[in-house]
Structure formats: C-alpha cells, structure tokens
Ligand binder design. Structure first.
Ligand SMILES: Nc1ncnc2c1ncn2[C@@H]1O[C@H](COP(=O)(O)OP(=O)(O)OP(=O)(O)O)[C@@H](O)[C@H]1O
Ligand SMILES: [Mg+2]
Length: 512
C-alpha cells in the first residue's frame, strides 16, 4: 500500500501555505516531515485527512485517485490522524471514547459495547498499548490518553497514520514508550507520517525525511546518511547552534522567595507540600521533574492563579498574598504559561491585540483615554519582526498562526517590557530549532540584564542547557538540588524518579 501526493497546493487568500508538494508514504515506513514553524506541515496533514480542501494537486492511494470532502471520507479510505490536542471526553471510559461517533443510527440497532470492549482489548494487545478498555479518561496521563487516540484510529482500521507533533506533550519516558508503539505499528505494515521538531527523534525513527520551507519541499534526506546539523541547516537555511552560550551567572538580590508554601490541587489533596524556593536576580533556576509533580501548581501560585493554603511568597521585596495577577505583573512578573492555548493567548483576537493583552492600559498605548491602535500595531510589528513570528500581518487572528508561531507571540509579549522575574514554563514547546536558538539566547540575555528566571520544562536538555541551578520536583516537594556546572544527567533522572542521596538534598536559603 502506498499513498502518493502529487503537487498539492493550498492557499489562504493570496498566501500559499502548500506550494506544489509531492511525496509518498509506503506501508511499513515512517516518513518524517520537518520544517520551520509555519512551513506548512499541519496544513498538508489537514489536506490529507480531509479537514481542508486542496486548491490543486492530487492524492492517490495505490495509484487510484481519491478525493476527500471530509475526514469521514479519509477515514473510510484508511487514513487516521492523531491531533496534537486530543479530542477525548474525560467523563467517558476508554471504550466509550473509542466508539464515539460510530453509534448505529438505525432505529432498533444497538451499540454492542461488549464487542467493542473486546476489540479495544485485542488492539491494545496486538500493538503493545497496554490500555484498559474500562478505565475512565479522567485523570489519565497525557501519554496514555495519546494511546487511546491511537486505539481509536486503529479501531477504524487505519492503514495510513498521521501524527502531528505527538511527542511535544510527552515526557522523555513517555517518548520511549511511544517509540516502541511506533515500531510495532511499522512492523504491522502501517504507513506513518510523523511530524516533530526534535531532530534526535527524526534520526531515531525515520525511514525517510522530507523537509519543507515556505510551503515547498526543499529537500529529502535519508537518516542513514544525514546528521541533525545537516537537517537543521536544511530546515532553516542556515547553520543552527544547539548549544547555548552563556557565562557564569552573577546572582544578585533575591527577587522571589517561597517559604513553606502549601497548595491544594483543587480538592483537599496537597499539590505543593512545603515548597521553599529562592530565585535571585541574574540567575536561571531550572525546575526538572516528571510532569504532574506539582510544577503546574507552583507556576500558578506564583502567578496568582491559584490560592495559597499555607506559607508565604515574597516577590520584589513584598509578600504578594492577596495581590491580583495584574498587579504582580505590573510589579515585574512575566509569565509564559505551560499551555499557550489556555492561558497564553486569546486566539480569536489579532496578533497585535495579543501582543498587548497585558499592557494595553498603559499610557504608551493610550491617547485621549482610548487605546491608541496605531501605537499598538507599531509595537506589535516590531515584536513580530524581532521574534520572527510568521504571520501575514499583525491584524491576522492568533488562531490563523501555526502552533510554533503562536508560542513565539506569547514569548515576545512577555519579554517586551521591563521585568524582574520571568516564569518560563515549557517556553519552546512546538518551536522549531532556529527559533529555539533565538528564544534561548533572549532568556540568557534577560538573565544577564538582571532578570531572575524560573524555568520549568519537561525537556531535561533544555533545563541543562539554560539553568544555573537545577531543582528537581517530586510529589509536591523539591527533592534535590544540582549545580548545573557539575550536574549529572543520570543523577537528575534518578531524582526525578524520587531517588536522591544526602548531598543532593535541597537546603533552602532563608529569605531576608
Ligand atoms: N486558517 C488559516 N487562515 C490563514 N492562514 C493560515 C490558516 N491556517 C494556516 N495558515 C497559515 O499557513 C501557514 C502554514 O501553517 P501550518 O500550521 O501548516 O505550519 P506548520 O508547518 O504546521 O508550523 P508549526 O511547526 O508551527 O506547527 C502559516 O503561515 C499559517 O499562518
Ligand atoms: Mg503545525
């Protein structure tokens, strides 16, 4: 079985998102699609999956031309897609989620849930997914939810499987498990299209590689004869350094101090169980840990988005209990949230509006008591060019931007004014290698200008590359501390799993 794309073209108005793209994927093959943010990868996948209609070109399966008016047609032709944002219902069980949309519509017909449950179990066993058909979705780790999405498309007998940045939301351990699943899908003869920004993953999993730039195919590569460096170069059209260059930190006064902070997870369960933490001006403190060990609550309580149950948080010299998020912001707190689509952007608003969401009320953007749109648009245009946000104009909606470019809008906004502390949570999620290089450089520059940075990332490489000190969170506590100059990857890994020695124990400094 083989799916072939011939000269696929897709336009949005006068903008050409896919420019005459040709490629093919055979059964038993993993074809990786690489390209800068906005290169047109997701657009192409949406065309294949019948979500959007090409303006030109032809898709064929086994030499026969096909046409999809909707995903329903694509599914019937054996195509399945795992989206980056899962489309699952938390209150339903695994099996209920899998059969969602397949309910018989004829009067008198009944959905045979027992048979469905059995098939889910069989599929799970066949591909090593380890999914319990009766488990509720609610509270499932992201990695397991992703497997439910995979079961869902296998249940519909997909032979061609599309994964759009599946690893962006996974922890390193989950990535290892996920790759085993990909191996078993490949062995079973599935044709797999795989999008990622992580070049080491491409080198590991790809049978073939196609690189897109500005909507066009700019190269094809064989993983056996290429290197990550070559791929990066091909993607962005220039050499990219994956090492962050930085000098030793010159830490100054304490900007943020948490003392014995307790926070619940919304029920009565403690999500933060006595956190002591200090961030000084001019240093980057990295938080490593497996997602779900309190990182989210830590970020939220500092940003003022979650109530503190016990303890004290001092920022820029004063206790900030009971101070609104906006006021924290005004005192110099920047916040790049973990999930840009929830707390980072208003996607229906324009790029310009999003760039000033936090500052539109400031004098520099007002004129005679109203928002001065010409200043707003000017400031936005400057940030768009500085951070290389690929957008048609500052008036385009944030929703029309590619994922990585949306992330760049959030970073640009948060770094666009004088700040004392930056909480950077997963700052480069979904961002291409060229832009990661730039964002990392800007974070180090901010540090050198005296900003304290609290970096939270599930990417251990990112934490190691940027941090001056590394703290490991485990089960709502800070379990260990490492000096990044001497930090050992495997010891940090062990601490992330809850194993530490005495010398690594985090000794809190007493805040002044
Ligand atoms: N509905 C839309 N309306 C207008 N422009 C769009 C729309 N959808 C996508 N685009 C534009 O098409 C281009 C390609 O976007 P696409 O999402 O395919 O990029 P991508 O390669 O997936 O990037 P990323 O790595 O950031 O996910 C972008 O410049 C984007 O702004
Ligand atoms: Mg995309």
């Amino acid at each position: 079985m083989i799916i072939t794309l011939d000269n696929i073209t897709k336009r949005y108005g006068s903008f050409v998102a896919n420019d005459s793209i040709s490629l093919s994927v055979r059964s038993g093959e993993v074809h990786c699609l690489l390209g800068e943010n906005g290169a047109g990868k997701t657009t192409l996948m949406n065309v294949i999956y019948g979500l959007s209609k090409a303006d030109g070109g032809q898709i064929s399966i086994d030499g026969k031309a096909v046409q999809f008016a909707s995903p329903k047609d694509a599914i019937a032709a054996g195509i399945g897609m795992v989206h980056q944002h899962f489309m699952l219902i938390p209150a339903f069980s695994v099996t209920e989620n899998v059969v969602l949309g397949l309910e018989p519509t004829l009067f008198g017909d009944r959905l045979d849930l027992d048979a469905a449950r059995k098939r889910v179990r069989d599929i799970s066993a066949q591909f090593g997914l380890e999914i319990d058909p009766d488990a509720p979705l609610e509270g499932m780790p992201v990695g397991i939810q992703q497997r439910v999405e995979i079961v869902k498309i296998l249940y519909r007998a997909a032979d061609i499987m599309i994964f759009d940045e599946p690893t962006a939301v996974l922890t390193p351990q989950e990535v290892i498990e996920f790759f085993k699943i990909i191996e078993s899908l490949r062995a079973a003869g599935k044709a797999i299209l795989f999008i990622t920004h992580k070049l080491n993953e491409v080198m590991e999993i790809a049978d073939r590689i196609t690189v897109l730039r500005h909507g066009k195919v700019v190269g094809e590569a064989d993983p056996a004869t290429t290197s990550s460096g070559e791929l990066a170069n091909l993607m962005v059209g220039r050499p990219v350094s994956m090492l962050v260059s930085r000098t030793e930190a010159k830490a100054g006064d304490v900007v943020l101090a948490l003392e014995n902070v307790h926070v619940t997870d919304g029920t009565s369960k403690l999500a933060l169980d006595g956190i002591d933490l200090v961030v000084k001006a001019g240093e980057i403190v990295g938080i490593a840990g497996v997602h779900g060990n309190g990182q989210t609550e830590l970020i939220e309580v500092i940003a003022g988005l979650r109530p503190i149950v016990d303890g004290r948080i001092c920022f820029a010299g004063g206790d900030i209990a009971g101070i609104s998020p906006r006021e924290r912001h005004r005192r110099g707190l920047a916040h790049v949230p973990e999930d840009r689509s929830i707390a980072g952007l208003a996607v229906t608003m324009s790029v310009a509006e999003n760039m000033v969401l936090d500052s539109y009320y400031e004098p520099r953007f007002s004129r005679f008591g109203r928002i001065d749109w010409s200043s707003v648009r000017k400031a936005a245009a400057q940030l768009v060019s500085q951070f290389d946000v690929r957008t048609k104009s500052v008036d385009a909606s944030a929703a029309s931007l590619s994922g990585g470019n949306q992330q760049k809008v959030v970073i640009a906004r948060e770094m666009s004014r004088p700040i004392k502390l930056m909480i950077a949570a997963q700052p480069t999620r979904g961002v291409d290698v060229g832009s990661i290089e730039y964002i990392h450089k800007r974070i180090v520059e901010a540090r050198d200008e005296g900003v304290g940075v609290l970096l939270v990332s599930t990417e251990l490489d990112e934490v190691l590359a940027l941090s001056d000190r590394i703290l490991v969170m485990f089960d709502g506590r800070i379990l260990a501390e490492f000096d990044s100059r001497t930090a050992d990857r495997s010891l940090i890994g062990l601490a992330m799993a809850g194993v530490v020695t005495q010398s690594q124990t985090h000794a809190p400094e007493i805040a002044p």
